[in-house]
Write a protein that binds this ligand. Structure first.
Ligand code: COA
Ligand code: AMP
Length: 633
């Protein structure tokens, strides 16, 4: 069957389609019902009983894959390269799960995981899954304050962490960040388990902290606990429009059924194949395609601790692909742009053999056609853009290599995957004409695996996603569909920006800047960045009477964002301005400011309060290297 037939088969009988896919999963009790409605939302496989860890680990050992490498750790920073077989993984996961259970962790308890790119991060996730505990992984690039916000929101009974993470230029001291977060949070976990890395041995707090290995000493390994299909597998926080991140809930059964389908049909990966997603376990790509997807498929996954360039050279990705005979590789366009900048002629590419590589997949941000063309030229394999979000957990649109490779179109994320009825809607809430730009929405119900709600925030879920377009899920992206049904993702419709494939909230940064004692008002925009796609730029209006050196205030604001949100915000540029451009009703004209910063022609907004402000904004932006060729049309 080709893509068209598969998509039509789903359209004809969505429930039958997913029931059939559900057979690829081992169930403790198979579901009788595929889809059911609860309040205003939908649930998949609610009456099935199932365990994720069983499906990701144990069943492969039972099926004779015990000696196959499940996780390959590649750390060009520590020079470590080692593999863990499925059998060994099963042992480690069952042991950690047993120890967690001994300390009182049960089905439904939350556990925060705060770890760098080491195999133990996956062991921790799987140990939670084994018990039916709900994990929430927090990315290492966030500051203590962000960790504290997540602790208070999901109230974990335990936190599993490592002593440190390793960035090329510094050691990230996880333990002091963890201690500070627990100190700040109103909720206190009962205990923490710390994996001590040889690069840094952290000081433990007596009575609260345990050593990873000592904690497991002499415990009885735990078996897998079957849970309801709708039981939350994990919570993953992502940026919304405010400082409070959204806790995306992932339902257990739909998650597995969907990921298993994608491994074969999108990535063309089956048992024994080798797959690598160069992301971080702190992001959704890491959850779906470093941990769960490849392991559910019985494939080998790579846990990579390093960067695309500088650790030590721009050929390191290709070396890992060669040495591990990677078949499908997944990365963010930013990473390829970073490599292309250092290796425009592909000299490093040629140094390594990529015999097994069948395709490169890109997601996380818009893939620019130049970068795709560069990669296709040097690798001679399809470079496939696909579009998805933390909320969906898997691709909404893509080119389903495992079904058939459709003709590629530069700038397009290709076609909708089965499960997604994608519509482009106008302000009148009706579909726009073909080829016109509009808000991208998905007709309900969403397919298996997508979020049923936000953790402890049903109302926010409905307001954020289901209210603007009744009967649809609002993606927050804008785009268009062409005459062949290909989807083009053009921009966000909200205040979310995308910096090096990392989803960040300008609203959240504004909240931090506004807390500076000298700042009366502020705005943050995402300006175009050749490497990172976008980068945040802040505008600060100072309080009356402040006569301090503006450069000092800017420096303090930059430090404040790093301290409160974390280095990952990459907030490095801000300017002081007298006033912000606003509409007569007081709305800040961020879109116009972005155009000015990017040097694009812009129209004077009809509703602007005072047109002269735009000249002031342009002049201020020029002082920090933006707004070079901008002009009014
Ligand atoms: N723990 C602690 N700090 C981290 C971190 C982590 N896990 N990940 C990133 N940071 C820090 C970086 O050290 C950097 O700090 P600095 O300001 O002190 O230099 C800051 O956060 C910004 O990081 P990043 O955006 O990654 O930029 P970079 O300059 O370190 O590297 C690229 C640039 C392009 C090489 C890098 O952004 C990259 O590899 N991008 C790929 C993106 C990706 O895979 N995204 C996942 C979505 S699929
Ligand atoms: P995240 O939830 O962090 O995965 O970020 C999701 C957002 O990243 C999407 O809503 C888009 O704005 C953007 N995004 C992800 N993949 C793509 C893509 N292939 N093309 C364009 N934008 C993308």
């Amino acid at each position: 069957m080709g893509y068209g037939e598969v998509y039509s088969a789903w359209q004809r009988d969505p429930e039958g389609f997913w029931m059939e896919q559900a057979q690829a999963i081992d169930w403790a009790r198979p579901p009788k019902t595929a889809l059911s409605a609860r309040d205003a939302t939908y649930e998949w496989f609610a009456d099935g009983m199932v365990n994720t860890c069983w499906n990701a680990v144990d069943r492969h050992v039972e099926a004779g894959r015990g000696d196959q490498i499940a996780i390959q750790h590649e750390s060009p920073i520590t020079h470590a390269t080692k593999g863990i077989t499925y059998r060994e993984l099963q042992k480690r996961v069952a042991s950690l799960a047993g120890a967690l259970r001994m300390r009182g962790i049960e089905k439904g308890d939350r556990v925060i995981i705060y770890m760098p790119m080491i195999p133990e991060a996956l062991v921790a996730m799987l140990a939670c899954a084994r018990l039916g505990a709900i994990h929430s992984v927090v990315f290492g690039g966030f500051a203590a304050n962000e960790l504290a916000v997540r602790i208070d929101d999901c109230t974990p009974k335990a936190i599993l962490a490592a002593s440190c993470g390793l960035e090329p230029n510094r050691v990230v001291h996880y333990k002091p960040l963890l201690d500070a977060a627990i100190e700040q949070a109103a909720h206190k976990p009962e205990f923490c388990v710390i994996y001590q890395r040889e690069q840094e041995v952290a000081k433990l707090i007596e009575g609260r902290d345990f050593n990873w290995h000592g904690f497991q000493y002499g415990v009885k390994p735990a078996d897998c606990v079957p849970v309801e299909g709708t039981h939350p597998a994990y919570i993953l926080y992502t940026s919304g429009t405010t400082g409070q991140p959204k806790g995306v809930v992932r339902p257990t059964a739909g998650h597995m059924v969907a990921l298993q389908w994608t491994m074969k049909n999108i990535y063309n990966i089956g048992p024994g194949d080798r797959f690598w997603a160069a992301s971080d376990v702190g992001w959704v790509v890491g959850h779906s395609y470093i941990c769960y997807g490849p392991l559910l498929a019985g494939a080998t996954t790579v846990v990579y601790e390093g960067k695309p360039v500088g650790t030590p050279h721009p050929g390191v990705f290709w070396r890992v692909i060669q040495n591990n005979r990677i078949k499908s590789f997944f990365t963010a366009p930013t990473a390829l742009r970073a490599i292309k900048r250092e290796d425009p002629d592909g000299i490093w590419v040629k140094r390594y053999a990529q015999h097994d590589l069948q395709a490169i997949f890109l997601a996380g941000e818009r893939a620019d056609p130049d970068t795709i063309a560069w990669a296709e030229k040097h690798f001679g394999v399809p470079v496939i853009d696909h579009w998805w979000q933390t909320e969906t957990g898997w691709a909404i649109a893509g080119n389903p290599l495992g079904i058939e490779l459709l003709p590629q179109k530069a700038g397009s994320a290709c076609v909708p995957m089965p499960g997604y009825d994608v519509q482009i809607l106008g302000e009148d809430r009706h579909p726009v004409k073909q080829g016109e730009l509009g808000a991208i929405a998905i007709r309900l119900p969403l397919p298996p695996g997508c979020l049923p709600t936000l953790w402890n925030a049903d109302d926010r879920f409905r307001k954020s996603y289901l209210t603007t377009f009744p009967g649809y899920y609002e993606t927050g992206d804008a785009g268009l569909v062409d005459e062949d049904g290909y989807l083009y993702i053009m921009a966000r419709t909200d205040d979310v920006i995308n910096v090096a494939g990392h989803r960040l909230s300008t609203g959240q940064m504004e909240e931090v800047l506004a807390s500076h004692p000298d700042v009366a008002e502020c705005a943050v925009i995402g300006a175009a960045d050749d490497l990172k796609g976008q980068s945040p730029v802040g505008f600060l209006c100072l309080s009356k009477g402040v006569e301090r050196d503006e450069a000092d205030i800017v420096r303090e604001c930059v430090a404040l964002v790093r301290d409160r949100i974390g280095p990952v915000a990459a907030f490095k540029k801000a300017v002081v301005v007298e006033r912000l451009p606003k509409t007569r009703s007081g709305k800040i004209l961020r879109a116009t400011m972005v155009k000015i910063a990017d040097g694009q022609p812009f129209k004077m907004p009809a509703t602007i309060d005072d047109p002269d402000i735009l000249d002031e904004i342009r002049a201020a932006l020029e002082t920090i290297g933006y707004a070079r060729q901008t002009h009014r049309v």
